[in-house]
Write a protein that binds this ligand. Structure first.
Ligand code: AMP
Ligand code: MG
Length: 344
């Protein structure tokens, strides 16, 4: 099903706008930098010692993940990728082994649109380790050689803890799914500390734990550079809202912007889609699917949503037209130009 929104040309990030309530339990909010973005943790009804203990544990987990799961940090994934680059086998331990397996699963579900083996492309395009603008496009032959070798997480061979690659172009980059997995881990940490209600927001990708002040959390989906929501959504306990946007990270080449999300079939950055938001009770699926739907674009929206088993997805293409799954169309409240939320 395709629905056209009369507006937004620009899109999207999710921001938590928690509905006001008269008899509110205390809220504790913590904000800090992690994963190159801002993390906001909101705990409802937790006492000070619960909050402090959960915060300390989450910060330690985020530091570890930032080091060991980011290919350009001096951690576990870097050494693993170095072994793959010279076709050597290497030992991969949990939880990183699980993350690579999950990436391979979502690669299959998405028909290869989600591909966590493309770290080399981010380097070729100058997006990693830090975006560097340049005067000319990367060499098409270099991109072609990489793509022809079909690098991907599913191409790795595994024998117990030993993982091997025959393709030196494979560089595991779980950036398109890691935040989703971290959201799940974070919910577990809250549970261990007896915190039953909260919102974990990693740069706009969020997970709602329990109800917020006894109700579903109202989440605003807003346009970048503005706090004005373009749409609203009530998020149920345990649901994640994850957005992939082509504006989140980019380089300028000869005056034109190129995004950080690549079509694994071509090796070129996506230009047909501005953003995708997925709501699901599996944050890793929501994360991988948002990336895959962005790669597939408007033409493949329904097919990818179906193959990944999605119920709630929204895509805004480069023309500002929206596509929604039928269930998302029922749930989303568009905000009209006067800022009034229309109940659908
Ligand atoms: P996200 O914001 O979740 O869409 O993740 C974007 C990040 O995923 C990029 O910065 C890359 O590190 C990585 N990436 C880029 N293209 C793809 C792709 N087609 N499949 C999986 N990961 C990708
Ligand atoms: Mg993603």
């Amino acid at each position: 099903m395709q629905l056209k929104a009369s507006w937004p040309r620009f899109l999207i990030l999710a921001a938590a706008l928690v509905a006001a309530c008269d008899s509110r339990p205390p809220v504790t909010r913590h904000q800090f930098h992690a994963f190159g973005t801002i993390v906001t943790l909101s705990f409802y009804g937790a006492d000070a010692s619960q909050s402090a203990a959960a915060l300390a544990e989450l910060r330690a987990v985020y530091d570890e993940v930032g080091l060991d799961w980011y290919p350009w940090a001096d951690g576990e994934l870097r050494s693993i990728n170095e072994a793959f680059a010279v076709s050597e086998c290497t030992s991969v331990q949990p939880p990183l082994a699980g993350l690579i397996e999950l990436s391979a699963l979502h690669e299959q579900l998405s028909g290869g649109r989600f591909n966590a083996g493309l770290g080399r492309l981010s380097e070729i395009w100058g997006l990693q380790p830090v975006p560097v603008d340049r005067a000319s496009l990367p060499d098409a032959a270099v991109i072609g050689e990489l793509i022809d070798s079909a690098p991907s997480a599913s191409a790795l061979r595994r024998d117990g803890a030993s993982w091997c690659s025959d393709n030196p172009h494979i560089m595991i980059d779980p950036g398109g799914i890691a935040k989703g997995v971290v959201l799940t881990i974070s919910a577990g940490v809250l549970g261990q500390h007896g915190i039953e209600s909260g919102i974990i927001n990693i740069g706009g990708d969020l997970l709602v734990v329990g109800t917020v002040n006894g109700r579903e959390a109202s989440i605003g989906i807003r346009s970048p550079g503005s706090d004005t929501p373009i749409a609203g959504l009530d998020v149920r306990p345990g649901e994640a809202v994850v957005t992939s946007g082509n504006y989140e990270r980019f380089v300028e080449i000869d005056g034109r912007r190129y995004t950080h999300i690549f079509d694994p079939r071509t090796g070129y950055p996506v230009d047909h889609t501005v953003s995708v938001t997925v709501v699901d009770s599996d944050p890793a699926l929501a994360d991988a699917a948002a990336t895959a739907l962005l790669v597939g674009g408007p033409g493949e929206f329904e097919a990818v949503a179906a193959s990944m088993g999605l119920t709630y997805a929204l895509l805004i293409d480069a023309q500002g037209d929206a596509r929604l799954t039928p269930a998302m169309a029922e749930r989303l409240h568009w905000v009209d130009s006067s800022g009034i939320v229309e109940q659908q």
